[in-house]
Structures are given as structure tokens and as C-alpha cells.
Write a protein that binds this ligand. Structure first.
Ligand code: NAD
Length: 514
């Protein structure tokens, strides 16, 4: 049989999407509270639109504090029996969620493309990664409670972990399906119940996730999803007294707001925030591999990626040649319809985000940098929020384009002299999420890794996620770590239990007569 052409795949993707979109438009999106799809108590809704062509995809329930209260009450009610369910039963249920996600992976991919503008070549794998998140944490349900044994002379000391209670999970619009599962799966595996507030710009696959979790047999009230605006539903979730912790992924400024909002109820918080991540290319690196990684880490996922390497620090003596090759690659990037398999960059999520990204073209020029490629909106299919992939050269580390998170396909190149210079530039920003180092000198690779102020460093590699490893940032990029056991530490309380051997001396007070 002939292999399907890109044109065939594009058509097949559209054919797959059509009935899903018709159903979505017809049914709209409600909250999932206590296992039921419900409208907002106020009856209010908002519209979610496709970034491809502005088409209204669905009318979405607009959650307010009373809806959050209903969801938090359901999560509280479900908590004890979910917590006490045998770990092996919980494991089976979470594997069933993974099965359900895999069964619908192709649907999830096309819906995510249409709701967020992400290219299908990346979203095709997003649902598979989401299922892997569930499987990874499902397999660890039993060990979530594990603690330490630290005996002393007179006491047998053990620690154990217990789930903290109902938790809130607040997620952003970039790769929303995969990212939500990354927070929700460990919370459920730990024995917590969840109220999820997805981003208002990308509610479609969060709705599907809630339905798949129910379909898999997870009891009512264990995962509740309340849609709505950050300052309304999100804020109410962070303030609710029944919610014991907030796992948040989003902008650094929102993280600050959540910390303040959660202060009166002493919320435990876990923040995965913004980044302005450096990729440092030394002159002794494998430059072909470095070039592939540099291009991939800023122009994949529309550059709407917290771990993107948005600053290229390249050693002066190779800068000209490297930039020349980079320029050719950026010019050749394919901007197009997200469902077209040849597309590398789709439309940005929202007109407000497009305006933000485009505002940096002027900033670059005012800073005195040069726009070597791009620098304009792009006239793409459907007339949506497309932008040209942009390469800015001639920058120095003080410029705004070298300091601020643009969160689009926008790369700023800064040349450096030597190792010390590279480290100083790399660390000279408020963020500290990831760092990437390319060099043939392994001693230098380790020295630089040690000096970089970032939570995650890849040496001679792009970001390749391995689920047991810690994920998170330093400085304004976050608080706390996800991944493996680190996730359980956040969603659980560590409890110390000490049993006396019955031999130690207890001080006797009140035994002397005056
Ligand atoms: P955002 O902060 O605007 O919104 C994220 C979520 O927070 C949304 O659900 C929003 O409704 C909610 N929210 C907004 N205001 C709130 C408030 N006052 N109280 C409670 N909730 C509130 O972020 P975004 O624009 O959706 O996402 C992009 C940002 O996310 C970028 O800065 C990116 O770097 C960051 N991000 C970080 C990581 C990471 O792992 N470090 C991963 C992905 C995205």
C-alpha cells in the first residue's frame, strides 16, 4: 500500500476533528464536580476560540467562588475513602486512566492542536506522554507512603507519609493536557483528591481528561474540574480553607499573587514558573548537534515552552559561522496549519499573546539589537495568530530581549568571550529554570553545570524528560520539585512516629516537697 502523503494525513486529521468539534459546540463544556457535568451556579459562560481562525469552539462554564466551594466540598467528601483505598486498587484505577487516554490519543492530539495552535507533530505524542505520567505514578502508589527508619538508643523512630488532603491544581495553556496530568497523576497516586482549574484559553482537553478519569472508574469527587478565569475561579481555589496545597504552573507574577492569596489559609505551594533559559555553545562543541538542539528548543511548541532555550550564548570565535547556519535554519521553518503534519510552528494561543510576542520586535529595535530573521506577524491559513519565527542578533545581556520571557518562537543571540563570561551572562537574569551547555570538554561541562543558577541542566543535550528526575526551577522560576518521589513529598505530609523501648529515664517533676 502507498504511504500516506502529508496531504492525506492533514485531511485525515481534519476528518477526525470535525465530529469532535461538532459535539463540543453542541454540548459545550461544563464543570466536573462530584462525578457530574454541571453548569456554573451563576449560569455564566465564556467562549473558547480556536487560534487558527477565531472560530468559537465551545461555550464554557465560568466558575466562581461558589462553584469552587462545591468542588472543594466534593473533594473533601471523597478524600477519606480515596486515601484509605488499598494502594493496589488505586494503582489499577490509574492504569485504567492511562488506557483510556491512550485509546483517545488521536482525538486528544487534534483537539489540542485546534484549541491551542500547537503543531500536530508535537501534540501527537502529548497524549502518549500524559498516559505515561499516569502509569509512572500508578506504579508508585504503594511506595508513596514509604518513610525512613532512624532508630536511636532508646527509641524506635520511623517516618511515614500521609496524603495532605484535597489539593488544588492550576495549569497554563501551553501543552495543557500533558502538563495537567503531570500534576494530577502524582496527587491522585499519593491519595489526595483534586480540584483542577485549567487555563481559560485552553479548556477543551481538560474537559476530556475529567471525563476519561470518570470513565476509568475513579470514584466521584476524586478529580473535580472547575473552568473559569484565573482571578475568579483560580483565586477562589487558592483561598479555599478545605484545599491544603496548590500545585501551580504559570507565570512568575501569578505565582506571587497565589502566594499572597494563599497566605491567610497557610497554603503549601509548589510553583513551576517562567524562564529565560540559556543554551551555551562553546567553540569545542559538536556544532551540528548543538545547532539542531538550539533550533528545536526554541522553535518547537511555538516557543510557548517554559524550558525553551530563549537565549543563545555562543562563543565569539564561532559566533559568525554559527549564526549564519542558524539563520538558514530559522528561515526554513514551516509555519502553517497545526493539523498539517509538515507544520513546525502553528498560530500562537491568543490574540493577546500574539500582541505580547510582537511587541518584542519593537523592543529589540529600541534596544539596538538586529532582527536577522522574522519580526512580523505571519499570514497563515485561517488568518489566525501566526507569527514569523524570529532571530535577534547583536544583543547584549542587559537588553530587555535578553532579560524578559517572550514565550514565543523568538531567540536572542548573545556572544561571549570565555567560560566565566558565559556563566555571568547565563546567571544574570531573574529566572533559573533550565540551562543547556554544549562543549567537548567534560571538565568544563561539569564546572559550568555547577555554576549555573538553574534547577535543571542538560549537557550536550536538549531537554529530554526522564520522569524520576527532579523537575523545577530556582530564583523566579519556581519553588519545589516535581518528578518521582519529589512529587510525593509535596502532596504528602511526612509524619514522625517514635516508640520508646521502655528503658529511657523520664525526668520526674513535682516530686520534691518544699
Ligand atoms: P498564567 O500565570 O497567566 O496562568 C496560569 C493559570 O493560572 C491559569 O489557569 C490562570 O487562569 C490561573 N491564574 C491566573 N491568575 C490567577 C490568580 N490570581 N489566582 C489563581 N490562579 C490564577 O500563565 P499562562 O500565561 O497560562 O502560562 C504561561 C506561563 O507558564 C509562562 O510564564 C511559562 O513559562 C509558565 N510555565 C512554566 C512551566 C514550568 O514548568 N516552569 C511549565 C509551563 C508553563
Amino acid at each position: 500500500m502507498d504511504k500516506a502523503t502529508p496531504k492525506d494525513v492533514f485531511q485525515a486529521n481534519r476528518d477526525r476533528a470535525a465530529p469532535l468539534l461538532a459535539k463540543l459546540k453542541d454540548e459545550g463544556i461544563g464543570h466536573m464536580i462530584d462525578g457530574k457535568v454541571v453548569p456554573s451556579i451563576s449560569g455564566q459562560t465564556f467562549e473558547t476560540k480556536s487560534p487558527i481562525d477565531g472560530a468559537v469552539l465551545a461555550s464554557v462554564a465560568r466558575g466562581k467562588p461558589d462553584d469552587i466551594d462545591r468542588a472543594a466540598t466534593a473533594a473533601s467528601k471523597a478524600f477519606k475513602s480515596w486515601r484509605d483505598m488499598p494502594a493496589m486498587t488505586r494503582k489499577k484505577l490509574l492504569h485504567r486512566v492511562a488506557d483510556a487516554i491512550e485509546d483517545r490519543a488521536d482525538d486528544i492530539a487534534v483537539l489540542e492542536c485546534i484549541d491551542t495552535g500547537q503543531a500536530h507533530r508535537f501534540m501527537a505524542k502529548a497524549a502518549i506522554r500524559a498516559a505515561e505520567n499516569f502509569r509512572f505514578f500508578a506504579d508508585r502508589c504503594a511506595e508513596a507512603r514509604d518513610g525512613l527508619s532512624t532508630p536511636s538508643e532508646e527509641h524506635w523512630n520511623i517516618s511515614t507519609r500521609v496524603p495532605i488532603g484535597p489539593v488544588g491544581v492550576i495549569t497554563p495553556w501551553n501543552t495543557p493536557f500533558m502538563l495537567s496530568t503531570w500534576k494530577i497523576a502524582p496527587a491522585l497516586a499519593a491519595g489526595c483528591t483534586v480540584v483542577h482549574k485549567p487555563a481559560e484559553w485552553s479548556p477543551v482537553t481538560a474537559d476530556l481528561l475529567a471525563k476519561l478519569v470518570k470513565q476509568a472508574g475513579v470514584p466521584d469527587g476524586v478529580l473535580n474540574t472547575v473552568h473559569g478565569i484565573g482571578e475568579e475561579a483560580g483565586k477562589a481555589l487558592t483561598e479555599h480553607p478545605a484545599i491544603k496545597a496548590i500545585g501551580f504552573v504559570g507565570e512568575s507574577s501569578t505565582g506571587s499573587a497565589i502566594m499572597a492569596q494563599g497566605a491567610p489559609t497557610l497554603k503549601r505551594v509548589h510553583f513551576e514558573l517562567g524562564g529565560k533559559n540559556p543554551v551555551i555553545v562553546f567553540d569545542d562543541a559538536d556544532l551540528d548537534r548543538a545547532l539542531d538542539a538550539v533550533v528545536f528548543m526554541i522553535y518547537s511548541l511555538n516557543g510557548e515552552r517554559c524550558t525553551s532555550s530563549s537565549r543563545l550564548l555562543v562563543q565569539q570565535d564561532i559566533a559568525e559561522k554559527f549564526i549564519e547556519k542558524l539563520t538558514a535554519r530559522v528561515k526554513a521553518l514551516k509555519v502553517g496549519h497545526p493539523l498539517d503534519p509538515v507544520t513546525e510552528i502553528g498560530p500562537l494561543i491568543h490574540e493577546r499573546h500574539l500582541a505580547k510576542v510582537c511587541s518584542y520586535f519593537e523592543v529589540a529595535q529600541k534596544d539596538g539589537a538586529t532582527i536577522t530573521v522574522g519580526g512580523k506577524p505571519h499570514d497563515g491559513p485561517g488568518g489566525g495568530h501566526y507569527v514569523q519565527p524570529t532571530l535577534v542578533t547583536g544583543a547584549n545581556s542587559k537588553m530587555r530581549v535578553a532579560q524578559e520571557e517572550v514565550f514565543g518562537p523568538f531567540l536572542t543571540v548573545i556572544p561571549f568571550k570565555d567560560e566565566n563570561d558565559a556563566i555571568e551572562i547565563a546567571n544574570g537574569v531573574q529566572y533559573g529554570l533550565t540551562g543547556y551547555v554544549w562543549t567537548g570538554d567534560m571538565g568544563r561541562a561539569l564546572r559550568v553545570a555547577d555554576e549555573l543558577e538553574a534547577g535543571m541542566i542538560w549537557l550536550n543535550s536538549e531537554n529530554v524528560r526522564h520522569l524520576p528526575t527532579p523537575f523545577g526551577g530556582m530564583k523566579s522560576s519556581g519553588i519545589g520539585r516535581d518528578g518521582g518521589d519529589y512529587s510525593f513529598d509535596f502532596y504528602m505530609e511526612t509524619k514522625h512516629v517514635s516508640l520508646a523501648r521502655g528503658t529511657h529515664k523520664i525526668q520526674r517533676l513535682g516530686t520534691t516537697s518544699s
